[in-house]
Design a protein around this ligand. Structure first.
Ligand SMILES: Nc1ncnc2c1ncn2[C@@H]1O[C@H](COP(=O)(O)OP(=O)(O)OP(=O)(O)O)[C@@H](O)[C@H]1O
Ligand SMILES: [Mg+2]
Length: 251
């Protein structure tokens, strides 16, 4: 990979929150800017790999690295040796069971971390715990780096959206993008596309703007986050504090 390449990890311990959707659409958004993109599929379900197999060769290319193929489930392989030296952006589709050594390896190999979260009480609760675990992780504390939450499948002006917004305001981690619950995503997934590719689809075009904003946010991040270890020590309690202050919000 190039010396100024960025590695972006999409991770959350909660299944079905949109990791693969975010990873594939983000890969497309970077590729649409002329960047050389590698998508690392860390999930044994191989959804990103399947998505890439469907991709039309006439669309901006994305290289897939099937990192889930490993000797045993407790072994996370380093993917660097399989990335092209021309790569500008590496997107890692992390899996829901990434814990301990697995999570450590993923964190060590990332410059920016994105945590997708759905607007439901169960997802908010699980996502809050995962963020607390992430910020307390030794690999993160040793080398703090930018973390952002992505609000996914949002239906504006609903009660669950209001709950998620309130939760995110209480969190020390910023919400860096909001994506709507939009049928264009499942269509894009079937076709090996991202919404940014779907110029003829009105619903997809509406979402595309937010993807390009997320690309800009990622590109504006320093290699390491400007936070002190002292500040970080206080962060793991953010989610728990929210639960104590607003027990109904995550009940
Ligand atoms: N913004 C969205 N609008 C509509 N559908 C969405 C959106 N985001 C994700 N989905 C759909 O939700 C389902 C789960 O998404 P996805 O597979 O990306 O989650 P995941 O976190 O990767 O799941 P897993 O934990 O199983 O790997 C998919 O059918 C996907 O098409
Ligand atoms: Mg997935």
């Amino acid at each position: 990979m190039k010396s100024n390449a960025r590695r972006i990890l999409i991770v959350n311990g909660k299944g079905g929150c949109g990791k693969t959707t975010i990873a594939t659409n983000l890969a497309v958004a970077f590729a649409s800017q002329g960047m050389n993109v590698s998508l690392v599929d860390n999930d044994p379900q191989a959804s990103s790999t399947y998505w890439c197999d469907q991709r039309d060769p006439n669309l901006p290319p994305i290289s897939i690295v099937a990192s889930h193929r490993r000797a045993n489930m407790y072994e996370t392989q380093t993917f660097h040796n399989r990335i092209s030296p021309e790569t500008d952006r590496i997107i890692v589709d992390g899996h829901s069971n990434a814990r301990d050594r697995d999570l450590e390896m993923l964190l060590k190999q990332s410059d920016v971390i994105l945590v997708p979260m759905l607007p439901s009480s169960i997802d908010i609760r699980a996502g809050g715990r995962f963020i607390a675990e992430l910020l307390a992780h030794r690999a993160y504390r040793n080398l703090p780096r930018p973390v952002g939450v992505i609000a996914n499948r949002v239906k504006p002006n609903t009660e669950t959206h209001a709950k998620l917004k309130h939760f995110l305001e209480c969190l020390d981690v910023p919400c860096v993008a909001t994506f709507h619950d939009n049928a264009a995503y499942s269509k894009a997934a079937e076709l090996g596309m991202g919404v940014v590719d779907m110029h003829d689809c009105r619903a997809a075009r509406k979402e595309a703007v937010s993807w390009l904003e997320l690309v800009r946010w990622i590109d504006a991040q320093p290699k390491t986050a400007a936070v002190t270890v002292r500040e970080l020590r206080q962060r793991p309690h953010a989610a728990a504090r929210h639960e104590i202050a607003n027990p109904r919000a995550t009940a």
